[in-house]
Ligand binder design. Structure first.
Ligand SMILES: *[C@@H]1O[C@H](CO)[C@@H](O)[C@H](O)[C@H]1NC(C)=O
Ligand SMILES: *[C@@H]1O[C@H](CO)[C@@H](O)[C@H](O)[C@H]1NC(C)=O
Ligand SMILES: *[C@@H]1O[C@H](CO)[C@@H](O)[C@H](O)[C@H]1NC(C)=O
Ligand SMILES: *[C@@H]1O[C@H](CO)[C@@H](O)[C@H](O)[C@H]1NC(C)=O
Ligand SMILES: *[C@@H]1O[C@H](CO)[C@@H](O)[C@H](O)[C@H]1NC(C)=O
Ligand SMILES: *[C@@H]1O[C@H](CO)[C@@H](O)[C@H](O)[C@H]1NC(C)=O
Ligand SMILES: *[C@@H]1O[C@H](CO)[C@@H](O)[C@H](O)[C@H]1NC(C)=O
Ligand SMILES: *[C@@H]1O[C@H](CO)[C@@H](O)[C@H](O)[C@H]1NC(C)=O
Ligand SMILES: *[C@@H]1O[C@H](CO)[C@@H](O)[C@H](O)[C@H]1NC(C)=O
Ligand SMILES: *[C@@H]1O[C@H](CO)[C@@H](O)[C@H](O)[C@H]1NC(C)=O
Ligand SMILES: *[C@@H]1O[C@H](CO)[C@@H](O)[C@H](O)[C@H]1NC(C)=O
Ligand SMILES: *[C@@H]1O[C@H](CO)[C@@H](O)[C@H](O)[C@H]1NC(C)=O
Length: 730
């Protein structure tokens, strides 16, 4: 299955051994067809191209009449997974106001496609083939290219998202030259002194020759018309998993049923890691890939070279061996060398960011789900954990098994104080790291309202990780700690049963109504009805964190993070399980701002019961983790309720299953959630969406309120490929 897709390093070694250019030329043609996808998201047009040599995502931005022209300007962007690399070129009208220049890609008259591959392997020049894409860009009026950045996506993001940060050391290294037939080219050799990124433009169909204007900042002048562009670089490529390879054999039908989502999943999947999203997060992110695996596992390929092992291997490779922390985000490619230089280190070595606290706990859970719960995983376990790490220089003397154990030791040690006799105190809960304002998935400044002790981590992730460590221990993992088969279960019992109460908020019915009314006055975005007639009882929920801003001991925000407990745990304290399920069902069934339900899906946060104006201020429809909808949270809530309802059909039936009206309430919450999901199918493959209120909620991209562009495709927003509505007995 993988024979046609030799990894880049393998073809490099073979080529060097044979040392013939003829062999390299043979490899210019791929034996499998290229994969293409076009996604329109005005003012952005997205084009994906992948073949056996490389993968590219091209985004062409052309302002609409409704665009905010101080944020949206004409732009050509190319993003490559290998090295998290890319190119961006900004344009402006040569004469005329902002908004008058429109740009687009033309389809080739020969192939009818917008993009064609670039592949050129001159071994005298470079150790890796030069790969990328070419196409034809057209300008509706004469244009000037202003800023062009070549190298890392991170450098591009620092410019587009930061206060237009330009690094002189990056820009100074760009060489701009005239090329044949009135064209012009940019090239920049990376900080590694080895890799070069190229971008060239040349007039076609009689368009004007390009003029290079050499001044302080070099610009190019284009006439109205069409120009061929070539974007390429010579960096070692990743080996992409084709749609057939990323999906399990029984799931390949999805390629025809959901061509967009399966092509997107393939674009983000490589033999040694899955990437979080494109174009902005086109590299390893620990939480994103592990949550995606948890939800997608039933459809992903198993075994060596498959998607599941790619995720688990990538996580193990990047562990901090000193303290067992799991890597949140990697810095690779040109940006890694750049950061090393800032520290006066001459090295291309990648770095990892370990600031999150939730990420560690997902690791034992995904290990158990595959290596204990599946046949393939059981058989693969010893070979897989025998592998020696190779990604971080610091880890190259450790096996995957040893690395996994280092993280498990960290989890056991940090969960022990709370589990100890009389240790069930707030100070023994898991806190954010010192000096960090974020630590779990709501990782924006006010994502958990300034809280220090996150709800999801303490009530769900820690106990689920402990259960998994115990199960792994029973399967022979962690040979240095055979006692974990018992101690991890004991710790898990305490963490499961004793943590919820720290986060519990009870609001008497009368207070609840007045809190919602004050919220409506304080909220600048929501102008709809208070829906307070839906408050027919006291309101109970679990706050999003402890120790928040403005001396809030509990951050009183109703939230969707209940989904982690429902999805990951089989709790057995029946009273607690019943009341927990009951309040989740209420929040799903009740309309915002009483509950979380809106026509656009469940809001991930509802600050209406906060009782302090700080809540309405920090949780708005313009906040990444505010009153907005996230696709994967809908998926995990659906999967979580499905998991709990499924327990009613197993042997050890929880009490709630036997209380018919209560069971029906949970089931109706589940079905209500699914109707919201089905009604928002147009949004589900996006990461997050916001709204405006105009006699009802209307979808509005979050990017309309913040300068941060969203990713057209995000790995964890493809989880509805695997999460479906189940039919439970009535
Ligand atoms: C390179 O060429 C060889 C021999 O023709 C072939 O077996 C191999 O699959 C090719 N590799 C790629 C990446 O196309
Ligand atoms: C490649 O595409 C052509 C034309 O669409 C088709 O006939 C052929 O079967 C495809 N090959 C593979 C290996 O999918
Ligand atoms: C015109 O576009 C440039 C670049 O996109 C931007 O910096 C500037 O603010 C815009 N001017 C106006 C008046 O919108
Ligand atoms: C290119 O082809 C696609 C699909 O056939 C079409 O939707 C698109 O409008 C074409 N682009 C241009 C610029 O003509
Ligand atoms: C390969 O690169 C070398 C060095 O830049 C150059 O002299 C040579 O002409 C190139 N070969 C081809 C076939 O382009
Ligand atoms: C690249 O070359 C420059 C100039 O010779 C040198 O100072 C620098 O250390 C080299 N960088 C790397 C990563 O080798
Ligand atoms: C050149 O570009 C830099 C960085 O964008 C900017 O600060 C400077 O004003 C520009 N100079 C001219 C002459 O446009
Ligand atoms: C790894 O963990 C140790 C101990 O907490 C810490 O000192 C070190 O900075 C971490 N490494 C990185 C690269 O963050
Ligand atoms: C790197 O070296 C320069 C020049 O010696 C020095 O000014 C700077 O503080 C050093 N940076 C770091 C992070 O050590
Ligand atoms: C794992 O490594 C051990 C020690 O090197 C060896 O005995 C064992 O055969 C290896 N197992 C597999 C499946 O490769
Ligand atoms: C490698 O490990 C050493 C010693 O534990 C530590 O000082 C250093 O920061 C680590 N390097 C990286 C890149 O994590
Ligand atoms: C845990 O493992 C030990 C050693 O293998 C075994 O003796 C013990 O019975 C196990 N305990 C449980 C609870 O499985």
């Amino acid at each position: 299955m993988f024979s046609t897709l030799l990894p880049a390093w393998a073809s490099l070694i073979i080529t060097l051994l044979l040392c013939t250019t003829a062999f390299a030329a043979n490899n210019a043609t791929c034996s499998s067809n290229a994969t293409r996808l076009r996604l329109s998201d005005p003012p952005y047009e997205n084009y994906f191209y992948s073949d056996c040599h490389s993968s590219s995502h091209v985004v062409v931005t052309s302002p609409l009449s409704s665009s905010n022209l101080s944020i949206i300007g004409p732009r050509l962007l190319v993003a490559w997974p290998a090295g998290n690399s890319g190119i961006v070129s900004f344009f402006k009208p040569d004469n005329g106001e902002n908004g008058t220049l429109g740009i687009r890609l033309e389809n080739s008259t020969a192939t009818k496609e917008a993009l064609e591959p670039v592949y050129d392997f001159n071994q005298t020049q470079s150790k890796s083939p030069r790969v990328g894409v070419s196409g034809v860009i057209s300008f509706n009026s004469s244009a000037i290219s202003t800023v062009t950045i070549l190298g890392s996506i991170r450098t591009i993001r620092d410019f587009t998202e930061g206060p237009s940060i330009i690094y002189p050391s990056v820009q100074k290294a760009i060489k701009i030259s005239e090329i044949a037939d009135g064209g012009a080219s940019f090239e920049r050799t990376w900080f590694d002194n080895v890799t070069t990124t190229y971008l060239s433009f040349a007039p076609v169909n009689g368009s004007d020759a390009i003029t290079i204007n050499r001044g302080d900042n070099v610009t190019l002048s284009f006439g109205a018309g069409t120009y061929q562009f070539n974007a390429s670089f010579d960096y070692p490529q990743l080996e992409q998993l084709s749609p057939q390879e990323v999906l399990s054999n029984v799931s390949t039908g999805l390629i025809e049923q959901n061509p967009d989502q399966s092509t997107s999943l393939s674009f983000l999947s490589y033999t040694d890691k899955l990437l979080a999203g494109t174009w902005r997060f086109l590299t390893y992110f620990g939480r994103d890939s592990m949550i995606s695996l948890l939800l997608l596992q039933p459809i992903l390929s198993e075994g060596e070279g498959g998607a599941i092992e790619a995720v688990i291997g990538a996580v193990l490779e990047r562990i901090n061996r000193t303290d067992g922390s799991v890597c949140h985000e990697e810095n690779i490619g040109d940006y890694a060398t750049f950061l090393n230089l800032q520290n006066n280190i001459t090295s291309t070595a990648p770095q990892c960011d370990y600031k999150m606290v939730d990420t560690d706990y997902f690791l034992p859970i995904i290990m158990r789900n595959y290596f204990v719960e599946t046949e393939t995983g059981l058989n693969r376990s010893s070979a897989f954990f025998n592998k020696t790490a190779s990604f971080l220089a610091n880890n190259t003397d450790l096996t995957y098994g040893e690395l996994a154990q280092i993280t498990a030791v960290k989890i056991m040690n940090t969960s022990a104080p709370f589990a100890s006799e009389g240790g069930q105190r707030k100070e023994n809960l898991i806190h954010l790291k010192e000096g960090q304002v974020v630590g779990q998935w709501r990782d924006s400044e006010f994502g958990i309202g300034g809280g220090r002790i996150p709800y999801d981590v303490n009530t769900a992730l820690v106990p689920a990780a402990l259960r998994s460590i115990a199960a792994l221990s029973r399967s022979g993992f962690f040979p240095d700690h055979p006692e974990w088969n018992k101690t991890a279960e004991e710790y898990a019992d305490v963490w499961e049963d004793e943590t919820l109460r720290f986060f519990e908020v009870n609001v008497p019915q009368s207070t609840a109504k007045s809190l919602v009314e004050s919220y409506i006055n304080e909220s600048s975005s929501y102008s709809g009805p208070p829906n307070t007639e839906e408050i027919i009882d006291d309101v109970t929920f679990y706050g999003i964190a402890l120790d928040g801003n403005n001396n809030q001991s509990i951050v009183r925000v109703i939230n969707t993070d209940d989904c982690f407990r429902h999805f990951l745990l089989n709790t057995t304290n029946q009273t607690q399980l019943s009341s927990f399920l009951n309040q989740t069902a209420d929040h799903i069934l009740k309309p915002f701002p009483v509950g979380l339900s809106t026509s656009l899906g469940l809001f991930v946060a509802n600050p209406a019961f906060g009782g302090d104006p700080i809540y309405a201020k920090n949780f708005t429809n313009a906040d990444y983790h505010g009153t907005v909808v996230w696709s994967w949270q809908l998926a995990m809530m659906a999967a979580g309720l499905s998991h709990q309802l499924g327990r009613c059909e197993a042997t050890d039936v929880p009490d709630f299953c036997n209380d018919r009206s209560f069971y029906m309430k949970v089931l109706s919450a589940y079905n209500h959630l699914w109707s919201l999901i089905d009604n928002n199918s147009a949004q589900l493959s996006g990461e997050v969406w916001s709204w405006i209120y105009n006699d009802g909620f209307q979808v509005e991209p979050l990017g309309a309120f913040t300068p941060t562009e969203s990713d057209i495709r995000q790995l964890w927003s493809l989880t509805f490929l695997a999460v479906h509505r189940e039919n439970f007995k009535i």
